[in-house]
Design a protein around this ligand. Sequence first.
Ligand SMILES: Nc1nc2c(ncn2[C@@H]2O[C@H](COP(=O)(O)OP(=O)(O)OP(=O)(O)O)[C@@H](O)[C@H]2O)c(=O)[nH]1
Ligand SMILES: [Zn+2]
Length: 422
Amino acid sequence: MEDSKTITKPKHIVLTSHPNSSRCNSPAINWGESDPLKRGPIVGTLVNSAHRNVIGTHSGSYSVYRALAVASGTLEPNHRPDLTNTAPIVPIGPHPSWTDPNLIVSLDPFGAMVGEVYSDLYQQGYDIRPTIAITKAHINMPELQDAVDKKRLAIDGKIIKNDGSLVVTKVAIDPVWYLPGIAQRLDIQESYLRRALFQQTGGMFPELITRPDLTVFLPPIGSITVYLIGDVAAITEPNRLLAVRVHDECNGSDVFGSDICTCRPYLVHGLEVCVQTAQAGGAGVIVYFRKEGRALGEVTKFLVYNARKRQQGGDSANAYFNRTECVAGVQDMRFQELMPDVLNWLGIKRIDRFVSMSDMKYNAIVESGIEIIQRIPIPEHLIPADAQVEIAAKKAAGYYTENTTEQDAIALAEIQGRGLAD
Ligand SMILES: Nc1nc2c(ncn2[C@@H]2O[C@H](COP(=O)(O)OP(=O)(O)OP(=O)(O)O)[C@@H](O)[C@H]2O)c(=O)[nH]1
Ligand SMILES: [Zn+2]
């Protein structure tokens, strides 16, 4: 570990709760402006408080680890990133959707191109950081290998390599919230939104209350990852097919293969549909949100699993959502209303194959002006035995299904999961 004595220690604390007009030299933000210079850069720097034009700082939830690194003396608080060679591997946008101040409100459309469009300001000393990064990778998943072995997917040397790995373009997106737009999307007053954000974070960001002039907030929440399969240009070309799966994090299933839900099997099915669509000349998009446990968190989710499996009569489909509500007070906190921003950022106007049964996702996307042609449910054979409870409860709650036979309350109660002792 670096000697903490070599790190510069700040001598006094600069409060950010009120503007210091004599020193303030921050660029204005005009959300929705098509010219990035007129729109203005997002400056969440902690190096020069006079340059700041947002509430909060960069890197989402990782800003807290940065604080630990500074506190422990391993990170110089004045470190300014060296962005040499970090530019996007492929360009995305600009698209017409970028200039509608109400269509994209939870990310910075120019977040990947700050090095290009704000280079002069960067040279002048403004600490302007990308909130979006675009790179390439080969991914290997056993289910995709199996699909190749069983000839459901073909090796083409371009999208699927000879060793069965999948070539993807991947995009990481940190949240950037335009507060007036977020309030409008959720149909609440901006002042209520600011007050709740301030109070419910234990007063973490006083500027939410004291600085109505600051309209952009960098919230300390999880990011979004997008996996693009096939030709990126095909995503916006009207005569080429597009497949999309929007997926919310479920670490237990996505990474560790837990069989209580359908998350990983549906995610992989989404990838398979994306590859097939890309190989037919279109493109595929997987959007992965860090909204673990329906944005209630994994602790809540595991508490719910116990409550489900210990309830009288066992884990049953008729009580599935109710158990979550008992623990969390709500069934869901994902706010799918904000989700379509990323699809609009990609310039998507039409989704030919939407790999999801969620009515909340479907409604949010369609309401944002994107057409959905076909909805693709998870194939029956991919549903793990213990996840029958989840899928039956979702269908009863209005999730999309091709099976039109309705389950009555008694039939739902009979769909049971494994006990905790098994
Ligand atoms: N709180 C809670 N969260 C759960 C439970 N089961 C699954 N989840 C979470 O629910 C979310 C499921 O997200 P998705 O896989 O995108 O699925 P979906 O929104 O139900 O809809 P589909 O697109 O049809 O799959 C993930 O964030 C899971 O972690 C549960 O019993 N309680
Ligand atoms: Zn899951």
